[in-house]
Design a protein around this ligand. Structure first.
Ligand SMILES: Cc1cc2nc3c(=O)[nH]c(=O)nc-3n(C[C@H](O)[C@H](O)[C@H](O)COP(=O)(O)OP(=O)(O)OC[C@H]3O[C@@H](n4cnc5c(N)ncnc54)[C@H](O)[C@@H]3O)c2cc1C
Length: 89
């Protein structure tokens, strides 16, 4: 799979990483991964403002890796992002 050489993040306020459970973040230069290269997050919210993850196994519960549970995780992230936007305007 081809990876972009760079992304101009100045123009981007939110990224929701949803690349599946067989992930490869080796090309992502952001301080949101542990020494194993795994995302560090709290229910999909990373420590870098605007960077989110979804679709990971055990993102929140066992169901996070299944269709049945991902909707709840998506709703949670959407509320977080909407709350952030409303706080700005
Ligand atoms: C064998 C198997 C059976 C399953 N059965 C069930 C089931 O019965 N019920 C259920 O609820 N769940 C099931 N699941 C889980 C379900 O498939 C996943 O929860 C769901 O597919 C996750 O969706 P997603 O969009 O997060 O990730 P994915 O469906 O994995 O989609 C991620 C996409 O991102 C793309 N991608 C990754 N990296 C990059 C990149 N660098 N650049 C561009 N694109 C990229 C991938 O090619 C892929 O198309 C099963 C999973 C597997 C493996």
């Amino acid at each position: 799979m081809n990876h972009p050489l760079s992304i101009d993040v100045d123009q981007i306020e939110t990224i929701i990483w949803s690349t599946g459970f067989r992930f490869n973040y080796s090309w992502v230069d952001l301080p949101v991964f542990n020494e194993m290269g795994e995302p560090v997050h709290d229910r999909g919210v990373s420590r870098v403002d605007g960077i989110y993850f979804i679709g990971l196994p055990w993102l929140y519960t066992w169901g996070s890796g299944c269709f049945s549970g991902v909707a709840r995780d998506a709703e949670y992230l959407a509320e977080k992002i909407i709350g952030k936007v409303l706080a700005i305007i």
